[in-house]
Write a protein that binds this ligand. Structure first.
Ligand SMILES: Cc1cc2nc3c(=O)[nH]c(=O)nc-3n(C[C@H](O)[C@H](O)[C@H](O)COP(=O)(O)OP(=O)(O)OC[C@H]3O[C@@H](n4cnc5c(N)ncnc54)[C@H](O)[C@@H]3O)c2cc1C
Length: 447
């Protein structure tokens, strides 16, 4: 492919790998410095019918940035500025390539926070988190990115630039296109500017309760107990016994090892006693941490996937199922049964407070790994849950997403989603053959 027309835009020929280990082999990687350059790249791709893959930081766990040869990557990392922090209207306006950790630090200096904190916050870009509608450790109280995006500028697949939404807390003007693009996984356009809602850092003192549980089942029972008692933590996260061991081994975490792994609950100081009551009989050891110690636990939790990756010698599939919280005990029991069937451990990491479980499957044999993966996802569908809470669909979960939508919503809903993709991207150049499009193909090939 002759890229002379784009020669003044920074570019490289290189192979990459996403976090799931998927190889990415584009014809070229472009590093636009501004929106105009993004527009030129997109127009060029449209003219040449060349697939474009937007790239944030490549921490996708679902193959969402995969591409093999006949495609170009648009790496947004050079568009990484904070354009405005509005301390009265309470929003921040950023370019997509800024790393989430850098944004968090700047907001903190001004006394603000953006609550959704994917455990990859120290790696991922804001654009990637918006395109995936990432959730995070504080999701139980604050939701995922979907709830924090106010407005977006997007370069559409035909090169036209649109701004959807307004930096307003309330806005009822027209269909909600902002939330069509949030979570669209780069399949509808390239996001070039983002307005996000921010809130002041709360003044009430928070503490972190680290409960080393007596068994895995207790984790689900505690969460149901918190709900029954109308307790809403800021964070309720879980890592199972094998993840605790992996954290000790690879990150010198020095955590107590028990049968049931570790449940972390961050909550206002005056609610600690209520939580301790719910934990009665479920925990072998409880620590109440503040300040630096609490931050260390938070940081260890955010690095749990890194420890699992080190343990697994890179062969792992990260599940991302969600079940209704009331079904957590059943999901945990069935997960244990599936583990026994495949004679494997699942290295469960979980935003357990909102029913979101990440069993990590490290079975060497690919067929068995895929079978276990699908069985777990189908269990979630059966329990009225979802195949993905936050990691998205990419390539990996397209078939399962089709099954979920057909079962819970009906064929016509997936068909409508596919019509939207075709309407916005008729030439099928924007991150093609993934997500909705791939799910639709699975559905139609099944007949
Ligand atoms: C250690 C680890 C922990 C994780 N923990 C969590 C977690 O707790 N919660 C969670 O939700 N996820 C988690 N993830 C998954 C992942 O980090 C998120 O999906 C992340 O937000 C993606 O950001 P990225 O910048 O790496 O995007 P990429 O992986 O580069 O891209 C992700 C998708 O977004 C698209 N995209 C990127 N930028 C743009 C743009 N500007 N415009 C349009 N499309 C774009 C890409 O095409 C792709 O489809 C974790 C991943 C790792 C490795």
């Amino acid at each position: 492919m002759d890229f002379t027309e784009l020669k003044d835009i920074e570019q490289k020929v290189e192979e990459r790998e996403d976090f799931s280990g998927e190889k990415v082999r584009p014809l070229a990687v472009f590093f636009p410095k501004d929106e105009d350059e993004v527009v030129r790249i997109v127009r060029f791709a449209k003219k040449n019918r060349l697939p474009i893959i937007p790239w944030g930081q490549g921490t996708s766990l679902t193959g969402a940035v995969s591409c093999d040869k006949n495609c170009i990557l648009v790496d947004l990392s050079k568009m990484n500025k904070i354009l405005e922090i509005n301390d009265i209207d309470w929003y921040v306006r950023v370019q997509p390539g800024i790393k989430l950790i850098d944004l968090f630090e700047e907001l903190e200096k001004k006394g603000f926070m953006l609550p959704p904190d994917p455990a990859s916050f120290f790696l991922c870009s804001v654009g990637g988190a918006v395109a995936e509608s990432s959730g995070g450790m504080k999701g139980v109280r604050h939701g995922s990115f979907r709830e924090w995006v106010l407005s977006l500028r997007v370069v559409l697949p035909n090169g036209e630039v649109i701004k959807v939404g307004e930096p307003l807390r309330k806005n009822r003007a027209g269909y909600d296109l902002v939330h069509l693009f949030v979570g669209s996984e780069g399949t509808l356009g390239i996001v070039t500017e983002i307005w996000l809602r921010i809130i002041p850092i709360p003044k009430r003192k928070m503490v972190m309760i680290a409960a080393m549980l007596k068994d895995f089942e207790s984790a689900g029972e505690v969460i149901v107990g918190l709900r029954k008692n109308k307790i809403l933590p800021e964070l309720s996260e879980y890592v199972d016994a094998d993840v605790v061991k992996a954290l000790n081994k690879h990150l010198s975490a020095n955590l107590k090892e028990t049968e049931g792994g570790m449940l972390l609950i961050s909550i206002e100081e005056d609610s600690v006693d209520d939580v301790l009551k719910v934990l009665e009989g479920k925990a072998v050891d409880i620590k109440i941490a503040e300040g630096e110690e609490a931050e260390k636990l938070y940081s260890l939790r955010s690095q749990a996937a890194i420890a699992v990756k080190a343990e697994s010698n890179k062969v792992f599939y990260a599940e991302d199922i969600v079940v209704p919280v009331s079904k957590l005990p059943e999901a945990i029991r069935r997960l244990r049964e599936i583990g026994e069937k495949y004679n494997t451990k699942f290295y469960v990491i979980s935003h357990i407070g909102d029913g979101n479980l990440h069993p990590n499957i490290i079975i060497e044999d690919k067929v068995a790994r895929e079978n276990a993966f699908e069985e777990i996802a189908r269990m979630a569908i059966e329990l009225g849950g979802s195949v993905s809470g936050e990691h998205g669909i990419g390539v990996q979960k397209a078939k399962l997403m089709a099954e979920q939508i057909v079962k819970h919503n009906g064929v016509s809903v997936l068909d409508l989603m596919y019509q939207i993709k075709k309407l916005i991207d008729p030439d099928d150049i924007m991150n093609p053959d993934k997500y909705v499009e791939l799910a639709y193909k699975f559905l139609t090939s099944r007949g």
